[in-house]
Design a protein around this ligand. Structure first.
Ligand code: PMP
Ligand code: GLU
Length: 393
């Protein structure tokens, strides 16, 4: 008998970034010399003082349920972080901790969206936003961008995407997969459109905040437009900044009513994020921040190498990323040149089979013809993979 699955499940697909990463790992386990440029996580180990904080938490018996919205210590560290780094003030009831920023976003979408609501998402987008909107019964409305726009939307494009049923606008800067970062001025332009639509909630996913090397310092839409504070939810986490993807700690800050709604969802699902991981996350936020600068410096060196290598290949167009550990080249030229390769999915398959290099096709992020290349891997592997790509072409 076929097991009937819910309409909800049938309306979505598994995360393609996770799927490609898993396939690369499977092929490697089967003996193939695959280099994966698909990972969405830093390749460094979690800094020692953070791991030590987790060990101490274990030893002290912090092994029980915590408050639904996180321990007092971690929430305090998050509030201090927002004050210190983002000049944003939140009280205790305006902050909640979840099992990763992904889970914070999930709780948020579940807490505020209704069937029929529209969620505006600029493409290329992180793979989970549209499917999370669908899981909440809402409809993703995608704004397309191209490499010529530096993969950023304009106020006009945002205005055109807004309808009477728009409920949410999601912005991710620096962005996964394009590595694009909005300047304060650009955010003010978007804010001036949103100001006229008071029913739209703003979600700023700041998870790549620290992995930024462009000229502008990190600014989000509330920094650029403080009057939008009351209807903006800031989402962030420790995964990317402190190489803590496996610890699963993310957090959100916004209006008390929305945070309360998110807590209600969490109280009926995970109860709380892992107690030990929360202790580690507090140590990450309160402790020495040297790791962030060191890792960002390494990502920038790798970025420069990958950018130059890609720009040297006929048929590939690539612009510099302002941050993150991703490049998002346009490979339409290659697709046109090569017989039997009709789209980015064929091309990713070709690279996987022929060059043994795994990357995620742009169509997963809503921009077919591009390819996401993660440089969260050693320089040596990047050099080998770029050489292999050039050789098979
Ligand atoms: N937002 C973006 C843009 C991401 O790339 C990721 C990485 N998976 C997340 C949110 C979620 O990160 P995490 O759940 O590990 O905190
Ligand atoms: N965010 C990472 C990525 O884009 C991790 C995988 C995922 O959560 O989808 O690859």
């Amino acid at each position: 008998m076929d097991t009937p699955l819910s309409h909800r499940v049938q309306s979505i697909k598994p995360s393609p970034t996770i799927a490609v990463t898993a396939r690369a790992a499977e092929l490697r386990a089967a003996g193939k010399d695959i280099i994966s440029l698909s990972a969405g996580e830093p390749d460094f180990d979690t800094p020692e003082h953070i791991k030590e904080a987790a060990i101490q938490a274990l030893k002290k018996g912090q092994t029980k349920y915590t408050a639904v919205d996180g321990t007092a210590t971690l929430k305090c560290a998050i509030i201090d972080k927002f004050t210190r780094e983002n000049n944003l003030l939140y009280n205790n009831k305006q902050v909640t901790v979840a099992c990763g920023a992904k889970h914070s976003l999930y709780n948020l979408f579940q807490a505020v969206l209704n069937p029929g609501d529209e969620v505006i998402i600029p493409a290329p987008y992180w793979v989970s936003y549209p499917d999370m909107a669908k899981l909440a019964g809402a409809k993703p409305v995608i704004i397309q961008t191209t490499i010529a726009d530096n993969f950023k939307i304009t106020p006009e494009k945002l205005q055109n995407a807004i309808s009477d049923t728009t409920r949410m606008f999601v912005i991710n800067s620096p962005s996964n997969p394009a590595g694009a970062s909005y300047s304060e001025n650009e955010l003010q332009g978007l804010g001036s459109v949103l100001r006229d639509h008071p029913d739209i909630l703003l979600v700023t996913d700041d998870i790549y905040e620290h992995i930024l090397w462009g000229e502008d310092k990190f600014t989000n839409i509330v920094n650029a437009c403080p009057d939008l504070y009351a209807r903006t939810i800031v989402v962030n986490g420790v995964s990317k900044a402190y190489s803590m993807t496996g610890w699963r700690i993310g957090y959100a800050a916004g209006s008390e009513a929305i945070i309360k709604g998110m807590n209600k969802i969490q109280s009926q699902s995970t109860s709380n994020p892992t107690s030990i991981a929360q202790a580690a996350a507090a140590a990450a936020l309160n402790g020495d921040q040297t790791y962030i600068h060191e890792s960002t410096h390494i990502f920038k060196e790798r970025h420069d190498f990958v950018l130059k290598s890609l720009q040297d290949i006929d048929g590939i167009e690539c612009v510099a990323s302002a941050g993150t550990f991703y490049s998002f080249p346009n490979m339409n030229g290659l697709i046109e040149q090569r017989n039997g390769i009709n789209n980015d999915i064929d091309l990713a398959e070709f690279f996987l089979e022929q060059a043994e290099v795994a990357m995620v096709p742009g169509s997963a992020f809503g921009v077919p013809g591009c390819m996401r290349i993660s440089f969260a891997t050693s320089m040596e592997k990047l050099q080998t993979s770029m050489a292999r790509i050039k050789a098979v072409l």
